[in-house]
Write a new protein. Structure first.
Length: 261
């Protein structure tokens, strides 16, 4: 049903362009910063503001997360925050993270060991000691795909090449189904032609992108979409959006101004 689904997708894009709401690249809000920390970074506990069902993840976060003292979550109500420690090959991420008087809090999140060899989604294998049914609902997106996965990084833009698949969020997705690599869905659509979360999109390899006139950033996105594809990762309830690294930690906005991307 690719032709039908992509026809509807194109109609959604046209509608968003006409109304001025999208498509979009979220960067200075509603994306995520990535804090890469060294082996000596002090660990602090993170309190989940959730019910008893969150106990397995809370037990992991209570052992401490190497969050830098100056770390700040992304602007916007989602408040994403991602921490990666190469020395332990471990990643932590949070949804609605906030630093309060009594320390760090979050509404939800995830923790993943052996990131470099992981399949790229949360599961019972993400952390030692989980039962077969635990870990599958971890992560700050609604698919159990890490927020940083598929995010356009500043290093990608400086290099002029995005050498990985792209993450895409869309207004709504299927309620009753999802596609690999997604592990769950928060969609509400019952339309027979809805897109499932996890759907893998791609620009047809027969399209000669070199013959098409487009701005440099658009070309980078198009080449990545043709070579590696686009994974539907979450819903926005608003407009279609890609994601670029939140630059808050760097103290300036590299996306704005005459010298910006």
């Amino acid at each position: 049903r690719s032709s039908t689904l992509m026809g509807l997708f194109a109609s959604e894009i046209s509608k968003e362009i006409k109304t001025g709401i999208g498509p979009w690249i979220s960067e200075t809000s509603y994306s995520t910063p990535l804090y890469t920390v060294g082996p000596g970074q002090a660990r602090v506990p993170v309190k989940l503001d959730a019910g008893a069902w969150a106990a397995p993840l809370q037990a992991v976060l209570s052992r401490g997360v190497p969050i830098p003292a100056n770390a700040r979550p992304a602007a916007g109500t989602d408040g994403h925050l991602t921490i990666y420690q190469p020395s332990t090959d471990t990643l932590w991420e949070f949804w609605r993270a906030a630093k309060r008087a009594d320390g760090w809090h979050a509404s939800w999140g995830g923790a993943m060991e052996h990131v470099s060899t992981s399949p790229g989604y949360y599961s019972s294998a993400s952390w030692p000691g989980l039962s077969a049914s635990q870990g599958w609902n971890w992560g700050s997106t609604a698919t159990s795909l890490p927020m940083i996965g598929g995010t356009i990084m500043l290093d990608d833009l400086r290099r002029g090449s995005i050498d990985h698949a792209l993450a895409l969020d869309v207004p709504n997705v299927c309620k009753r189904s999802f596609a690999f690599p997604a592990q769950r869905t928060d969609g509400t659509s019952t339309d027979t032609n809805c897109l499932p979360e996890g759907a893998h999109l791609r620009i047809d390899p027969s399209v000669d992108l070199a013959k098409l006139s487009m701005p440099p950033i658009t070309r980078m996105l198009a080449v990545a979409a043709q070579r590696y594809g686009i994974d539907v990762r979450d819903v926005t309830h608003h407009a279609v959006a890609f994601y670029a690294e939140d630059p808050t930690q760097y103290g300036s906005n590299p996306y704005a101004g005459a010298a910006g991307f």
